[in-house]
Write a protein that binds this ligand. Structure first.
Ligand SMILES: Cc1ncc(COP(=O)(O)O)c(C=O)c1O
Length: 458
């Protein structure tokens, strides 16, 4: 660890003693002391006390402008008044019944009005949405194999936990990647059914269709890969996947868990003008509540109607969550909100680009909808393997440096990105940029001296 990074981590540690203490206490009862593996990092995660609008406070009372926003699930910001009102009104009428009610249809209508789909089923997490989408594709086609892209994350069910972050000594050749289990506990025969393509390389998926004729049920893809910072699809790539799936009788599944709410009213389908067969939604559609959905045209969803493919869940269409979702669709994900967010994001991305240039940092800033990222690479990342070339310590220097300056720039981990919420203001963007401008010269110096050291070592 280099000196400036050590100094930022020391400052962080000094500012957050109560979080360190909370982690210590939680560790004997919760593996890693946290509720999800993505929430652990050294020296300790920030334990949060509360949040309001675009800000959160930690247990020590430090306030941060929050661009993490629960891994991008809070485009509404914390405690959006319309969402709070809707949930409060619903709360006194009973929280769950496991019976149909009158909030299901209007929310399904909202989704069908925005996305190229005709029927919807709901769930509580992105994992559930992609799991059921894959089962639907398998049920409809009568095939077992699916294709996912190397490095892509689609949740934690077995079929998706393949080649999520494979290591260089495991991942095999660049044009035909190995199928690498991302966890112990995955049955070998399940892993075998998940084939691995390369994002932005149509040929890799084409070869899989040629190698496994009539065996591939679906290609699941995140239209913009957001588990490697931000990795945009190259022109024609998504359309190419669409054509390959049509040609081979497979379903194209868009995992819009992240992009669905934040890119445009109609998510990536609208943004890129592509019509997938199945769309998966979660995160920001719930306005802060656990809402997910998978949706498709009637002909596919009829497999559920006819009891061929099974879908169920006690918590599905929970009335509180549906009330939150309906308020989110109607009062948060509005055309005006997208205008506001696009404007703020452009300001943030352009501001980063200017600071990068002035400081001499070798990096670029990229944005899409209400998401953006500082990418510490000399040229644009096209796929997972490009992304692995990150200087992790330099990224940590960036993240802790920003946090110490009162800005939570994105979730911890260099595969993530920032989210802007409807609660953020121009002043919040200015503060974000001021913090980065303050830090960037030190990052540039550190980057330069580390590159010199690497060059000298060779
Ligand atoms: C693209 C994508 N798909 C699926 C998931 C899984 O969603 P959840 O964490 O709600 O299960 C995530 C979570 O980050 C995601 O980013």
């Amino acid at each position: 660890m280099y000196e400036e990074l050590r100094a930022e981590i020391e400052t962080y540690t000094r500012r957050t003693p109560r979080s360190a203490e909370a982690l210590k206490k939680a560790s004997p009862r919760l593996p890693l002391g946290v509720g999800s593996n993505f929430r652990t990092y050294e020296p300790h995660a920030i334990f949060v006390r509360d949040g309001q609008g675009g800000r959160i406070r930690d247990l020590d009372g430090n306030e941060y402008i929050d661009f993490n926003l629960c891994f991008g699930a809070l485009m509404a910001g914390h405690c959006h008044p319309a969402v709070v009102r809707a949930v409060e009104e619903r709360l006194r009428l009973g929280t769950m019944f496991g019976m149909p009610h009158n909030l299901e249809l209007p929310l399904a209508e909202e989704i069908c009005a925005r996305f190229p789909v005709e029927m919807v089923r709901f769930g509580s997490s992105g994992t559930e949405a992609t799991m059921h989408a894959i089962r639907l594709a398998r049920g409809v086609t009568g095939r077992d194999k699916i294709v996912k892209m190397e490095g892509a994350y689609h949740g934690v069910h077995d079929s998706a936990m393949v080649s999520v972050k494979p290591k260089a000594d495991q991942y095999g050749s660049a044009d035909a990647p190995n199928q690498v289990p991302a966890s112990a506990g995955l049955p070998g025969p399940t892993v075998e059914q998940t084939l691995v393509g390369v994002f932005n390389d149509l040929g890799s998926t084409e070869r899989l269709f040629a190698r496994y004729p009539n065996q591939i049920a679906a290609v699941i893809v995140e239209p913009i890969m957001m588990n490697v910072g931000i990795c945009m699809p190259e022109k024609g790539y998504l359309q190419g996947l669409r054509e390959l799936c049509t040609k081979h009788g497979a379903c194209l599944i868009f995992d819009e868990v992240k992009t669905g709410a934040k890119l445009a009213r109609g998510g990536a389908c609208e943004y890129f003008q592509i019509k997938p067969d199945i769309v998966c939604l979660a995160k920001s559609i719930g306005g802060g509540f656990p809402l997910a959905a998978f949706a498709a045209r009637r002909e596919l969803m009829d497999a559920i109607t006819h009891f061929k493919v099974f879908h169920a869940g006690t918590y599905g269409t929970n009335p509180l969550v549906m009330a939150a979702g309906l308020a989110t669709f109607r009062e948060v994900l509005t055309p005006e909100a997208y205008e506001h967010l696009n404007h703020l994001n452009k300001k943030l991305v352009d501001g980063h680009a200017k600071i990068i240039q002035k400081s001499g940092l070798v990096a670029y800033a990229i944005g899409a909808g209400s998401n953006g990222a500082l990418m510490l690479y000399p040229k644009e990342v096209r796929n997972y393997r490009d992304w692995t070339a990150i200087d992790v310590d330099l990224w940590r220097h960036y993240w802790f440096g920003m946090v110490n300056r009162g800005v939570l720039p994105q979730p911890h981990w260099w595969d993530e990105q920032w989210t802007i919420s409807v609660a953020h203001t121009e002043a919040d963007i200015d503060r974000h940029l001021d913090a980065f401008a303050d830090l960037a010269p030190a990052l540039a110096r550190a980057q330069q001296s580390r590159q010199v050291a690497v060059a000298a070592a060779h």
